[in-house]
Write a protein that binds this ligand. Structure first.
Ligand SMILES: [Zn+2]
Length: 550
């Protein structure tokens, strides 16, 4: 009994109750703290935007003063706010209000072209019609459109379309005319082309930077800033209070302005700069504040499994699906950076103290990326350099990753959306069953995380966690189930691990005394609900630093 009294006394001291002037108490809750023991408590006390105590209803209520606001959560679940570690909000802002033509929404070509036609019918004649998500993998009867096809389908509007991979684009004749691109316009180079037929006429198809003139108006500040604000609010609505942007960023001043940084920021923003954005790097990694910080650099070692640019040891499968993607027989993809250049970049930015995040999907790419880190870094560090996506990060390389101080962030919904296609058409069964070694990374204490890479996949934390738990494709097929994690682990990956990767784990990612009061209120307790039902969980409230944001 004396021990209990002593512990209770220590509890009161540790949360230094009344002198903290508790602003807010939330009680009658199931609080998933995501502390080291995954403790579950009933109530929390908040003062000055921070959690100052967690415990039973009785313990916490005793801390109240006259000014304390009490909120009865009526048995709902309170959890740390999610942390989005790898997204592209600026790209989302550009493409935000495009017509959705993706295989997530449509399952046949008819449905895709009907959606586009309907969009044109509700758009005044002569105005632009934009669509995104064209995808011949998920929509197997889809043929990529020619200029002539689009001219016939939409004769009275300029049309501009983007593939799901964001690397390929299409336009109709009116669009080319308005932008001023003709068959005589030179290709931008570096693989970016305006495709021509055997008569030298534009086919309507273009790749990569060839699309730039079509994007100028879409990127105008008048359009893009309100769009960026909507995108940031969408992350909040999904339960995130932090978002990390991994390249393709707006200039920092624009991103600050758009997020209302100088008043009440919409969300916490963290940035990694890619090669042509290195000039935005501040003088020191010790920059910014809890709402806005540049964390480091983003490098690419390879590309995407859906464009043949993922770097593999053994060739892609060769069949009509991969042929449609432009993959030739025996193709293994390549690296987008010279080996020595990668070592040089790692060495340079590591020495300057920046965190480094490297896009690496294929087995060969991961192999070479680890080798580059080995070549560049010789001493222990705590910079938490990141491997991005890690589709085929080999399980037997995780020990090396640990020694090098690396941490993977997994593109987990490759399984849900493309798992069937990866297994059947792109990688084959054996390699598909080596994908996304999440469990092994967790066991190796690599602090793995999950991400959506939006706009690639929807930034929905419960969808990401559900896939990591179930390892099921959209048709219910299991992929590499030995890498499945538990519900508790899934929540850790989206909260405390994610905060750790952003060097914010001392302030975010769990509900513990002293941390910022970023949390969500859920309709149901994910620890008690089968993962199959996690998409039914409603994010009813979102709070950032003790203030309600949703
Ligand atoms: Zn990305």
């Amino acid at each position: 009994m004396r021990l209990i009294t002593l512990l209770f006394f220590l509890f009161l001291v540790s949360c230094s109750g009344k002198e903290n002037n508790i602003d807010l108490i939330l009680y009658n809750a199931t609080v998933l703290t995501v502390d080291a023991k995954n403790s579950v408590v009933e109530a929390v006390a908040i003062s000055d935007g921070k959690f100052v105590a967690t415990g039973t209803n009785q313990q916490i209520k005793q801390l109240a003063s006259n000014n304390t606001l009490h909120i009865d959560l009526l048995g709902k679940t309170l959890a740390p706010a999610f942390v989005a570690v790898h997204e592209h909000p600026a790209i989302s802002a550009v493409f935000n209000d495009f017509i959705d033509l993706s295989g997530f929404t449509h399952d046949n070509a008819n449905s895709v072209w009907q959606a586009l036609q309907q969009a044109a019918q509700s758009t005044p004649k002569g105005e632009w019609v934009y669509g995104s998500g064209l995808d011949t993998i998920l929509i197997s009867d889809l043929t990529l459109p020619s200029k002539q096809f689009l001219d016939e389908l939409i004769p009275e509007h300029p049309v501009f379309l983007v593939s799901q991979s964001l690397h390929s684009f299409w336009a109709n004749s009116l669009a080319f005319e308005q932008i001023g691109i003709t068959k005589d316009t030179p290709n931008p180079g570096h693989g970016s082309i305006y495709e021509k037929d055997q008569h030298g006429e534009l086919t309507g198809f273009m790749t990569e930077k060839a699309s730039a003139p079509f994007l100028v108006d879409l990127k105008s500040p008048l359009r893009v800033i309100p769009s960026y604000q909507r995108v940031l609010q969408q992350y909040i609505d999904a339960g995130f209070t932090s978002v990390a942007s991994l390249g393709y960023n707006f200039p920092p001043l624009a991103a600050k302005f758009a997020a209302n940084y100088w008043t009440t920021p919409i969300i916490r923003q963290f940035f990694y700069m890619k090669e042509d954005e290195f000039s935005y790097l501040p003088d020191s990694p010790d920059n910014g504040d809890d709402y806005f910080r540049v964390l480091g650099v983003k490098l690419w070692h390879d590309g995407s499994p859906y464009t043949g640019t993922m770097n593999l040891f053994e060739p892609y499968l060769f069949n009509e699906i991969t042929a449609e993607l432009g993959i030739v027989e025996g193709h293994t993809g390549g690296s987008t950076i010279e080996d020595q250049q990668l070592v040089n970049y790692i060495r340079k930015y590591h020495q300057q103290g920046w965190q480094i995040a490297i896009h690496s999907q294929g087995d060969k790419s991961n192999h070479k990326t680890l080798k580059a880190f080995q070549g560049a870094i010789t001493t222990p560090h705590d910079l938490r350099h990141r491997i991005e996506h890690g589709l085929l990060l080999p399980k037997d390389k995780l020990v090396d990753a640990k020694k090098l101080g690396l941490s993977p962030s997994f593109h987990i919904n490759h399984i849900f959306y493309y798992g069937n296609a990866l297994q059947r058409y792109i990688l084959g069964k054996q390699r598909a069953h080596q994908m996304l070694a999440v469990k092994s990374s967790q066991q190796q204490d690599l602090m793995p995380t999950l991400h959506a890479d939006s706009p690639m996949f929807p930034a929905d934390p419960f969808s990401l966690m559900r896939t990591a738990i179930l390892r099921k494709t959209h048709s219910g097929q299991e992929i590499n189930p030995e890498q499945a994690i538990t519900r508790q682990e899934a929540l850790r990956l989206m909260t405390i691990n994610a905060a750790w990767q952003l060097h914010m784990d001392d302030k975010l990612g769990s509900i513990e005394s002293g941390k910022l009061a970023d949390f969500i209120v859920l309709s149901q307790n994910p620890y008690q609900l089968p993962a199959e039902q996690w998409l039914d969980i409603q994010i009813e409230q979102v709070w950032m630093e003790g203030a309600r944001r949703k």
